[in-house]
Write a protein that binds this ligand. Structure first.
Ligand SMILES: Nc1nc2c(ncn2[C@@H]2O[C@H](COP(=O)(O)OP(=O)(O)O)[C@@H](O)[C@H]2O)c(=O)[nH]1
Ligand SMILES: [Mg+2]
Length: 197
């Protein structure tokens, strides 16, 4: 897919206040600092679209961008930021669960996983909840330039192995680097397929 335009639309505190669901929507989520903003900027070829933040966990809104005047790209607030209160965490849970379960134009969620590490419980738990809610998702292993290919491949393999404990079918997965633009064509090609389906 060629990206002709990418524009910020709005930030919403909950799904009910998000834009009218009149276009297909692809969302991105993951642990704080996993490289979500960097990936969105890399995919859209826009260095400032999703603000790459040095203070993780700060943006607690559902952020809508419109791509090619045709579909919405959604940047969801990250999970697993240690310094937020239980209260803020509960609010996040509620907002995310509502959005993921009720957003009628949601086509797919990309769950970002830090490719430098082995499987983390927090990511597996989140994915298992997606399963319970029957939300379609794929995996993106980020920051692949920060480790050797061998280590990243092992991390991916171990993650998928871990998923097998709960899942009969494994999701599509991609390996990316925002730094090196690795995986850009594959992810965009997959989004194109999703939008055609
Ligand atoms: N080397 C490298 N660093 C990355 C990559 N993606 C993100 N980062 C860095 O990781 C940190 C967190 O990235 P950010 O996109 O803000 O993460 P977010 O909190 O998930 O939105 C920043 O310092 C980024 O520069 C990548 O693919 N390669
Ligand atoms: Mg971010």
């Amino acid at each position: 897919m060629k990206i002709n335009s990418a524009e910020y639309v709005v930030s919403s505190p909950d799904f009910a206040k998000a834009p009218k669901p009149d276009k297909p929507e692809i969302a991105f989520i993951g642990r704080s600092n996993v490289g979500k903003s960097s990936l969105i900027n890399m995919l859209t070829d826009n260095r400032k679209l999703a603000k790459t933040s040095a203070t993780p966990g700060k943006t607690q809104m559902i952020n809508h961008f419109i791509i090619n005047n045709d579909w919405y790209l959604v940047d969801l607030p990250g999970y697993g930021f240690a310094k937020v209160s239980q209260n803020a965490r509960n609010r996040w849970e509620q907002m995310i669960e509502n959005y993921l379960r009720k957003r009628e134009n949601l086509v797919n969620v990309f769950v970002l996983i830090d490719g430098r590490h082995g499987p983390q419980k927090i990511d597996i738990d989140f994915i298992n909840r997606l399963g319970k809610w029957e939300v379609p998702f794929s995996l993106v292993f980020t920051k692949s330039d920060k480790e050797t290919q061998r280590v990243v491949s092992k991390n991916v393999k171990d993650f998928l192995e871990k998923m097998r404990e709960n899942w009969q079918f494994l999701p599509r997965h991609f390996v990316t680097s925002a730094e090196k633009k690795t995986g850009r064509e594959k992810v965009l090609g997959f989004i194109e397929q999703l939008l055609l389906a």
